[in-house]
Write a protein that binds this ligand. Structure first.
Ligand code: PLP
Length: 390
């Protein structure tokens, strides 16, 4: 039989650090242990009914059965623009500054193909959603990781990047509120970053997936476009996934600089044919009527957050109280590394945590583990009780 060598870009993928954890998880499951998974960042609550009903109505329309437009329905793009205006006070032209995505992951993964040439430098704040550095690699780019550390309030040190590197950098990926650290960025950070990107001709790629999962009404996460001049340099990726419990639906958007939105659109035009229009109509319903539901989800997460924080404190685990996202970024107890600790917890308690070294740069997250509060409060309490035994 012939053998087919995979392309170099796949061979160059970073090692899959969760393989060992997956193996242990299956072993523990086979022993009959009831697993509590706090591992995956996927909302456990269902999509609100009115969104499902909008899908149902949309699915019955014959005009929705044909190829959609790759940029998305005009009505979906208009709903995105209106939502951004209502939530952030940001003006977006639905015709030129919005493109629909098959989930924001799709757009993030394709974006470097539009702007990164082989050898180009890309700055990635890390620990991070691994798609940023993987997509950079697929485009032939070279990632330079900017570490998010406790000492820096989990914000990148922009001054640690040399002038020569800023001059070389094609784009910088940021993600606030952040997965996995839950860090939020103040307006002053974005102001500095936008200024830097304008001065150095660097594309600012902001992943805003978690702006609606916040717990401090007085300090709501912002859009990068609240900063004057951001539209000259930035594209922002957003998603209905986390806000409205729609991860399975695959719908998101990229907004901002007209040229950058068009560049991404050029790749998409040649790769996919858009989102099923009935799903877009459900997305319109979510954007137009979903915010009271998002508020309810926040209340549920906040209650979980407070229970989890109290429990972890009792266990002597160090963390910062998340002001946004559904993640806790915790220090592993002394004497363990990330993988060792997570493996021990899984083997002895059946509780799945995520080792911190699996998010982009392994060095940046080493010594941490991530908890996703994606189970009910009772299960969280049970997980805490199990942790207390070891
Ligand atoms: C979940 C997540 C996304 C995107 O999700 P989609 O379902 O593809 O829209 C993007 N960025 C981060 C950091 C995430 O955690």
């Amino acid at each position: 039989m012939p053998q087919f060598a995979m392309a170099d870009r796949l061979a160059a993928l970073p090692p899959y650090l969760f393989a060992e954890i997956d193996r242990v998880k299956n072993e523990v499951k086979a022993r009959g242990v009831d697993i509590i998974s706090l591992g995956i960042g996927d909302p456990d609550m269902p999509t609100p009914d009115f969104i499902i009903e909008a899908l149902h109505a949309g699915a019955k329309k014959a005009e929705n059965h044909q190829y959609p437009s790759y940029v998305g329905l005009r009505s979906f793009r208009a709903a995105v623009s209106k939502w951004y205006q209502g939530r952030f006070g940001v003006d977006l032209d639905p015709d030129n500054e919005v493109v629909s995505l098959i989930g924001s992951k799709e757009g993030i993964a394709h974006f470097p193909l539009a702007y990164v040439n082989p050898g180009d430098l890309v700055l990635v704040c890390t620990p991070n959603y691994p798609v940023y550095n993987v997509a950079t690699g697929f485009a032939g780019g070279v990632t330079k990781f900017l570490p998010l550390t406790d000492a820096n309030d989990f914000l990148p040190d922009l001054d640690a990047v040399s002038d020569a590197e800023w001059a070389k950098a094609k784009m910088i990926f940021t993600n606030f509120p952040n997965n996995p650290t839950s860090a939020c960025a103040p307006k002053s950070f974005y102001e500095k970053l936008v200024k830097k990107c304008r001065e150095t001709n660097t594309i600012l790629v902001a992943d805003a997936a978690y702006t609606e999962m916040y717990y401090n009404e007085a300090a709501k996460p912002i859009s990068v476009f609240e900063i004057p001049g951001a539209k000259d340099v930035a594209i922002e990726f957003h998603s209905l996934s986390k806000t409205y419990n729609m991860t399975g639906w695959r719908i998101g958007m990229a907004v901002g600089n007209e040229g950058l939105v068009k560049g991404l659109g050029k790749i998409k035009e040649n790769v996919d044919s858009g989102i099923f229009q009935a799903v877009q109509e459900a997305g319109i319903a979510a954007l137009e009527q979903g915010d009271p539901y998002a508020e309810k989800f926040r209340a549920v997460y906040k209650e979980r957050r407070d229970a989890l924080a109290a429990g972890l404190k009792k266990l002597g685990i160090e963390f910062r109280l998340p002001e946004a996202t559904f993640y806790f970024w915790c220090k592993v107890p002394k004497g363990y590394d990330s993988k060792g600790f997570v493996t021990k917890v899984l083997q002895e308690t059946g509780v799945v945590l995520t080792p911190g070294n699996g998010f982009g740069s392994p060095e940046a997250g080493e010594g941490y583990f991530r908890i996703a509060m994606t189970v009910g409060k009772d299960k969280l309490e049970e997980a805490l009780a199990r942790l207390a035994k070891i």
